[in-house]
Design a protein around this ligand. Sequence first.
Ligand SMILES: [Zn+2]
Length: 285
Amino acid sequence: MKPNLRYGYITFYKKDNKKIKISYISILLLIIAMFMLIPILENTIFNLIDYSKIDNRIKISDIKVKIEASNVKPELYVEEVYQPIDNGKKYVALTFDDGPGKYTKELVDLLIKNNVKASFFMVGQNIKNYKSSVKYAYDNGMEICNHSQNHKNLKNLSKEELEYEINSVDDMLEEITGQKPKYYRSPGGNQNDTVLSTIQKPCILWNVDTRDWESRDTEKIISKTLKEVDDGDIILMHEIYKTTLDAVEPIIIKLKEKGYNFVTVTELYKIKGIPLENGKIYYGM
Ligand SMILES: [Zn+2]
């Protein structure tokens, strides 16, 4: 069989020397026809398989429909999915109240040095004097929360006064960080039904009280914390005392040795798979 290229044909010679002429055009048409057949064949095979019976196959179109049906922004939808993580690790949230103040930047540096994220509950009266410290904490991954404008006992306030105490701090923090805080902590942990129903945020309290404001004793703050802490706890400290500042690093080092990981309040509840609701109190686990 000898192909013989000549004019618009390829000439094949059979054994008995008979010629078979095939034009270039017919070869070209044959190739085009083959390419057209491929998607049709592919579709036929695809339709023969019932994908609905294969559990782990997720169609992108299904996800899109779910996000649209949930009637929220896709990024919020993803962020608000709480999935408990059971990896055998222990988690704890350090919280610092009553700042910002003269130690805030130093404290943030200490936390950065130890690769720790913490949550800060800030008072409006102080925020106006330490705006750059708030920004510094926020920019370094600390969670900034609302601890009211004037640190009053919220139980004694009217609805209007309560709204002022929280909303004015929300506005101040939003101006500095670009974000309104997600949580508040009532001063002294004072709460009642009016407070809870008026302030449309989750109220974050604590279950390990270092009593740092009372003892003002670094060693006592360290030993009380280490004695009481457990997985899922929220630790209460006040960032306005030097004695507290001095206790922070030893506490972090000792708890890390015991296998604890330090996270923000948001991270703690996400890890534990508990969604936070407005008007409810959370003490840690
Ligand atoms: Zn306070």
